[in-house]
Design a protein. Structure first.
Length: 150
């Protein structure tokens, strides 16, 4: 049994009678089937949830000079991702080195004064209190230099 549509009892008349009589047939080309991948693009609204998520943070704050990756690029541990402007840190390092040199000079001077004071104390030219004060000053500068060295 065949069913050709509403009111079409004759198979020869099925599909005729409606539509534009001047319409041309659409050409169809057949191609052999082949195995392969097909890129599929979907335009849609929604939420994409990644399998893995990584938060990238810097150890210091600063202005970015260069970004060495593109979004979506594969990266490995140790790869350079961005370069922060080093100039503010170089200035801070120079200042810290200068402060350490200053504190080392003060320590050296306090140690020389302590040697002189001990010589004067042996000659009974100064009091023991002055030597004790100078020893405390030397220990203070030693602590300052140790702090400067980190």
């Amino acid at each position: 049994w065949f069913w050709f549509g509403r009111g079409a009892e004759d198979p020869a008349k099925a599909g005729r009678g409606k539509g534009d009589p001047n319409a041309r047939a659409i050409p169809v080309v057949a191609a052999p089937a082949r195995k392969g991948s097909i890129d599929v693009y979907i335009d849609a609204l929604g939420t994409v949830t990644p399998r893995n998520m990584v938060a990238v943070r810097t150890r210091v704050d600063g202005q970015l000079m260069t970004v060495a990756f593109r979004e979506g690029q594969d990266v490995k541990a140790g790869d350079l991702l961005a370069q922060i402007d080093p100039r503010p840190f170089e200035v801070m390092l120079t200042q810290a080195n200068g402060q350490m040199a200053h504190d080392q000079a003060q320590l050296k001077n306090a140690q020389l004064d302590l040697e002189r004071y001990r010589t004067l104390l042996a000659q009974d030219s100064i009091s023991k209190q002055q030597v004790d004060t100078q020893e405390a000053l030397v220990r203070q500068f030693q602590g300052t230099v140790a702090t400067d060295q980190g």
